[in-house]
Design a protein around this ligand. Sequence first.
Ligand code: PEP
Ligand code: MG
Length: 903
Amino acid sequence: MDRYVYDFAEGGRDRADLLGGKGANLAEMVRMGLPVPPGFTVTTEACRVFLATGAPPPELDQEIAEHLERLERAAGRRLGQVDDPLLLSVRSGARFSMPGMMETILDIGLNDYAVLGLAKTPARERFAWDSYRRLVQMFGTTVMGVDGALFEDVLTRIEHQHHVVDDAHLDTCDLIRIVETYKDIIRERTGEDFPQDPHEQLRRAVLAVFGSWNAERARVYRRREHIPDDLGTAVNIQTMVFGNRGADSGSGVAFTRDPATGRPGVYGDYLPDAQGEDVVSGTRDAVPLQELERLDPASYEKLCGHLQRLEEHYRDLCDIEFTIEQGRLWMLQTRVGKRTAQAAFGIAGQLVDEGLISLDEALERVSGEGLARLMFPSFDTSDAEEPLTRGVPASPGAAVGAAVFDSAEAGRRAAAGERVVLVRPETTPDDLPGMVAAQAVLTSRGGKTSHAAVVARGMGKVCVCGAEGLVVDPRGRRCTAGGVTVEEGTVLSVDGTEGRVYLGEVPLVDSVVMRYFEGGGRLPEEAGEEDVEQVVRDVHRLMERADAVRRLEVRANADTPEDAARARRFGARGIGLCRTEHMFLGERRGYVETMILAAGDAEREAALAELLPLQRRDFVGILEAMDGLPVTIRLLDPPLHEFLPDAVELAVRVAREEAVGREPDARDTALLAAVTRMHEENPMLGLRGVRLGLVVPGLVAMQVRAVAEAVVERVRAGGSPRAQIMVPLVGAAAELHLVRDEVERVLAQVSEESGVAVDCPVGTMIELPRAALTAGRIARDADFFSFGTNDLTQTTWGFSRDDVEAAFFPAYLEKGVFETSPFETIDRDGVGRLVELAVAEGRAARPDLEVGVCGEHGGDPESVRFFHGAGLDYVSCSPFRLPVARLEAGRAALRGVSGSDTR
Ligand code: PEP
Ligand code: MG
């Protein structure tokens, strides 16, 4: 790394790793010739040095000084000069957007003298002192660590004295008084004075931004968004422009399309006579951007032109921040904007129609996570009462939960398993943990671009903001609307699509997207525009494309004919895992008990013979529902004692009889003995899987016979059954070899008896590290592998999957041991390597080996991308996750990568 500071003119959007997203995009706008206040960027690398060593790189001061000098020369003004000083903003900007999570310090360069220079004329006095007030406040809290509430209290007290509601109504004398009081507070709290040297201000501000990378709220946000902790932030140092210089000035935010619905147009908020932070924080109510057309038509026209250029240049929805200083428009930031899932699908389709992107690019712009969100239900409001209140529909979806009024309470209740709605006047980054914990966020202030709206959309949380009829009283832990008081704990239903809030629980209805999949994923032929909702058309178009380009096949985990039928409607091309253990429960339990208790072969065989026709019937139904497609049936996997009654219950029953001097039921006594005998300390690592098949005589034969006879029955009925037999929990080639012999013997028997050739491929699950490590040998006896990544994760990490998620995963996530549970998203570095090794060695031994995955990871978007890269033939997942897997398999094929940036 040769240097740590880059002028805006030197960067570009392809350098976001080094310059952060904000810095790279500022540079891009400079290249495009858009009006950007001049400045430079301190790299993320400098921040990484700071984070690693606790000090900035030694060269940094000098580099900043050189760039500053150039800036001063170009501006014809110097930092700290007494007459019309140059002022700077210092803003964070990481590789991935973390809205409001890190620090910003504005008006750097003001001190007791420069403020007089900035004022220059009486007309500018108020503006100058307002700027100084902002600097002392921001610097005091952010850099010097003073509690921000102390400053706020002073401001509120003086506002009250003057009977005004916000600082815009305070005059110069008030502001001078406030600045002096702030400086006193700083001295009292920190033992040092507010620094008067502008260069010291700048240096300390840069370090404070670096340090804010590790602020609690930033860490929480990164965890939530899966942003690595070691990226660091860049720092953008930029010439200040002022939106707070009177009626011909102002600040705003704008989107090139509606980020909630995707509809084209100019969307945003504008706040006259204000600095940017006032808009984003939602502390003052902004006006719709369209209002700017009336207030300042020339700037509005320019802004619209810039927005259009940006959208064409980035070929995507952009959001921007801008400031107008006395009629002159400045662009302060742009980025590809966050959007809701519905908008993501909508915008992708529109950009294709407008010829800006290809269909394949459109597919890359959406995600499985987003599709999953569209499959959630919404409210059925047909019978609902009038809404309690209405607000801005800031992030769509439907959520029900108990009203809570602060972040801590949200966290407490959510940890206890309760669903909550966080209700605040507005949110700040400090509310982040509460937003994470809540199902929905409701605020009384702020628009579509307020903090609450932006963050909720980013998280996919339901959000209604700016509900003006709502008065929130966080201290009293209540809110009121239309004369109704909502105390903490009252259930609210929040409709983020319509911007409505209802008292009590409103029933939910399926999403139109879910209905589309349930209907087989087809659009009705010759359907008119009005017959099918736009979001369904948008989804359909990209699903078709994903299916056309994907290499990975998609199968379902399904154990019943109903699930199999649904899976087919949702696009499954077969069953990748049919677990047979559910088929041994209910009334069949008795036969399993008899089989376990059997005194001899005859008794056991009789019990198995009772089970045989029942199993056959199960398989016939499933093979019929999946006719023509592969159905992978797994032999019994769980420990047998799971099918026996509970030991304590049995012991109590036996003891009770004995206590009253009666002979206990003989079956109870025998069962109790069996349960005691079969008790295992670690059943997950005990007598289960293939081990059962090898030690319980007749079990494998019965199951295989049931499969084979079901195949025969389906063939005779004119079907095309394609059963495959899968052996679980194999760790050694010899285990599979022994079972396979038996399977083939039974298949041959049934073929001979029936005259129908039953030819089922026989394969194994790879779900133990030893199986992965010896995959080459195991493959000699396997027609296929299916990775059981649930067990493979459990055994690779040594995690008991039934215990750890509750016991210590929250702490592990908190401490950053992993970013997501390895049971949710495949652990590429550990479990993933075993998968890759087993694929390579298995295929080397047997080139036609079919390889798939049937653990939960088969339906997880990020894991699907990994499996594509690892060269698997298919993923198998629960029916509801099939659309997500199909979409992600398509996206993965376009990227053609296994492990690169999949964000
Ligand atoms: C697995 O281990 O990944 C698997 C699919 O099997 P089960 O979850 O049934 O143990
Ligand atoms: Mg398993």
